[in-house]
Design a protein around this ligand. Structure first.
Ligand code: MTE
Ligand code: MO
Length: 167
């Protein structure tokens, strides 16, 4: 009887894990790949566990909204990108290519993103004004504060790819 009880318990736990894995695989995510030591697949639940930063940003509606998300530098560090002390020599020719689900793409040199070079707070946001980012811009939007145009604040981000422009 005890053995059956145990078996049923194990089966229920396994079924629970399976359902959880399926739910997660249906959620949107952002890939981090290319010249990294660890490729990442980041779901909102992963981002929520990381350091949160809130910045103000204004798009074409000319209203300053508050956006919350994870500093891009933290995502790059987690993927093992050559930042900080490693960002010298050949590595200074590396860049981040951000791609959105509509095919829009923008690039940043790694030095632009590195806090040892500057204090820009570029974040991968998942909340606007404390709510999920609406579908036409979210669920993940790059926010680049302090630029004269909002053109690099890429909406609907689907991947971050690290490459080298060296020839
Ligand atoms: N995915 C995606 N993001 C994008 C664009 C785009 O076409 N697709 N356009 C960019 C440009 S050119 C501008 S000016 C801003 C406009 O953002 P807004 O409509 O939120 O003001 O979004 C930027 N982000
Ligand atoms: Mo634009």
């Amino acid at each position: 009887m005890k053995l059956y009880g145990c078996l049923i318990f194990v089966m229920l736990v396994a079924a629970g894990i399976n359902v959880h894995a399926q739910e997660r695989s249906e959620q949107p995510y952002v890939k981090v790949e290319g010249e990294v030591t660890q490729s990442l697949k980041l779901y909102q639940s992963d981002l929520e566990k990381m350091k949160k930063v809130t910045v103000k940003h204004q798009g074409h509606d000319s209203i300053a909204h508050s956006y919350t998300g994870v500093p891009v530098i933290d995502l790059l560090n987690r993927a093992g990108v050559t930042m900080d002390k490693q960002l010298r020599g050949k590595n200074l020719a590396k860049y981040l290519l951000v791609t959105a689900t509509d095919g829009y793409q923008v690039v940043f040199s790694l030095a632009e993103l590195d806090t040892s070079f500057n204090d820009k707070q570029i974040i991968l946001a998942y909340e606007m004004n404390d709510k999920p980012i609406p579908a036409n811009s979210g669920p993940f939007q790059l926010i680049v504060p302090g630029e004269k145009k909002p053109a690099r604040s890429c909406r609907e981000v689907s991947s971050f790819i690290i490459r080298s422009a060296r020839d």
